[in-house]
Design a protein around this ligand. Structure first.
Ligand SMILES: Cc1cc2nc3c(=O)[nH]c(=O)nc-3n(C[C@H](O)[C@H](O)[C@H](O)COP(=O)(O)O)c2cc1C
Length: 194
């Protein structure tokens, strides 16, 4: 059990929500103080993977707190130094690219900017089909950014989606502990689950 205050932010990679929420439930057993955060897209978009309100409810039940989903509510994370680590899981190519370029126009990018100003770890669980194409510059940029760490990731379908990467959500707990200690979880490139 750890006293670290964790922020857990979900972006609009809807196909990974079930995995992310399962990982969040396990994380909660080790880190009781988790603040749930959702991007505006994640908070409000119903897709073929499920209704937004159901995912919001699930996140709130696991964390026992209301989801932060507005820029104005994420901003105090900086001045109040409210988190010891911020996890973005799943992190879209869009959010990764915005963080890399210093664009702060969503709740999650605001949370990231506010948190990073305090020199504390940001842990990204990437999930995007263009990680090795359009979002690759952002991935490279953030791999080389102070206080930014990645949950180990793999190519989920090299044949049909040759530029796609997805984080190993099963590695999340270990990755949080490593990032809190200031270490990039290794190996960064991991094998796809069988
Ligand atoms: C059904 C569906 C699935 C999506 N899956 C992904 C995904 O896995 N990765 C990604 O980067 N974007 C994905 N997107 C696109 C993002 O949701 C979109 O770029 C959104 O603006 C992201 O905003 P956010 O990063 O602020 O959550 C998906 C969109 C839809 C409708």
């Amino acid at each position: 059990m750890s006293g670290a205050r964790v922020g857990f932010a979900m972006c609009g990679s809807y196909c990974t929500f079930d995995k992310a929420l399962a990982a969040l439930a396990i994380l909660k057993t080790e880190f009781p103080d988790i603040t749930p955060i959702m991007s505006e897209s994640a908070y409000s978009t119903d897709t073929r993977f499920g209704a937004a309100r159901d995912f919001v409810r699930c996140m709130e039940e696991i964390c026992g707190k209301r989801v932060i989903h507005k820029i104005t509510d994420a901003e105090p994370i900086g001045p109040g130094a409210l988190l010891d680590i911020l996890v973005i899981a799943p992190c879209t190519g869009g959010t990764m690219s915005k963080i890399a370029r210093g664009i702060t126009d969503t709740c999650v990018t605001m949370a990231a900017k506010a948190h990073l100003r305090n020199g504390r770890p940001l842990l990204i669980a990437v999930s995007t089909n263009d990680a090795l194409s359009g979002a690759a510059p952002a991935l490279g940029e953030l791999l080389n950014r102070k206080n930014v760490y990645f949950v180990p990731f793999y190519q989920d379908d090299p044949a049909k989606k040759p530029t796609s990467l997805v984080a190993d959500f099963d590695a999340l707990n270990t990755a949080v502990a490593e990032a809190l200690a200031g270490r990039q979880p290794q190996p960064l490139l991991t094998a796809a689950p069988k």
